[in-house]
Design a protein around this ligand. Structure first.
Ligand SMILES: Nc1ncnc2c1ncn2[C@@H]1O[C@H](COP(=O)(O)OP(=O)(O)OP(=O)(O)O)[C@@H](O)[C@H]1O
Length: 210
């Protein structure tokens, strides 16, 4: 392994987040490397979403350190490298899936050689490419959001309950995306109350404690 390969993509050192001076979760230490999937585990209210929002830069670190590729985490460096898919799916409801993807790629660029129509077909939205997202079902909205994973060039995916609202084909789609991304050298942090169907090795477990 080269020195570069051994540097984690993301590293948390005694990381914590406070609300009204109270820590939401106990300080966390973990490292996520390229080609690795990590599960964030914990009960309702234990801080999984808060952690993911913190890692996405939507909240400010209260204490501890967050490193990206060995250097202090900075929004400018990480904007296109980290993709967060949360409960709010980040879709503009008046725009179509195709238009939402155009908006996202305008901000963050796109993977080489990936075609929008192929991506929308792969996530099961063939025939809905130009429908306003507000007219899609909950599962279809989720699929429109998942399309970003295939199209954008982010190295690290932060996925909060990625299986929510999906049927069995959608669940299989998420599992396929996870395995493809990790096999291609990407990394994933995922929170899920259900089983995560990942067969690319034993995942790291990040346990949230109050
Ligand atoms: N916007 C907010 N303002 C104040 N408190 C919040 C806010 N969002 C979350 N909390 C609190 O922070 C704690 C952690 O919430 P968080 O959503 O991170 O938990 P979670 O582990 O993702 O839960 P779940 O499994 O139910 O999705 C909870 O006690 C919650 O009430």
């Amino acid at each position: 392994m080269t020195a570069t390969a051994s540097v984690p993509l993301l590293e948390a050192r005694r990381l914590s987040f406070h609300r009204q001076d109270e820590p939401v979760f106990a300080p966390l230490d973990f490292r996520v490397h390229a080609g690795e999937l990590a599960l964030i585990e914990g009960d309702n209210g234990s801080g999984k979403t808060t952690l993911l929002r913190l890692l996405a830069g939507l909240l400010h670190v209260s204490e501890g350190r967050l490193l990206w590729r060995g250097a202090p985490w900075q929004r400018e460096t990480c904007a296109g490298e980290i993709l967060f898919l949360g409960h709010q799916l980040g879709q503009k409801l008046e725009l179509s899936p195709r238009e939402n993807l155009a908006f996202a790629t305008g901000l963050h660029g796109r993977r080489d050689g990936v075609v929008v129509d192929d991506v929308l077909d792969e996530v099961g939205l063939a025939g809905y490419e130009d429908e306003p997202v507000r007219r899609l079902s909950a599962g279809q909205k989720k699929r429109a959001a998942l399309a970003r994973l295939l199209l954008l060039p982010a190295a690290l995916w932060l996925l909060d309950e990625p299986y929510a609202n999906l049927d069995r084909h959608g669940i299989a789609l998420v599992n396929r995306l996870l395995e493809q991304h990790v096999a291609a050298g990407g990394a994933v942090l995922v929170s899920s109350h259900g089983a995560v169907g990942f067969h690319g090795g034993e995942p790291q477990r990040i346990r949230m404690h109050a």
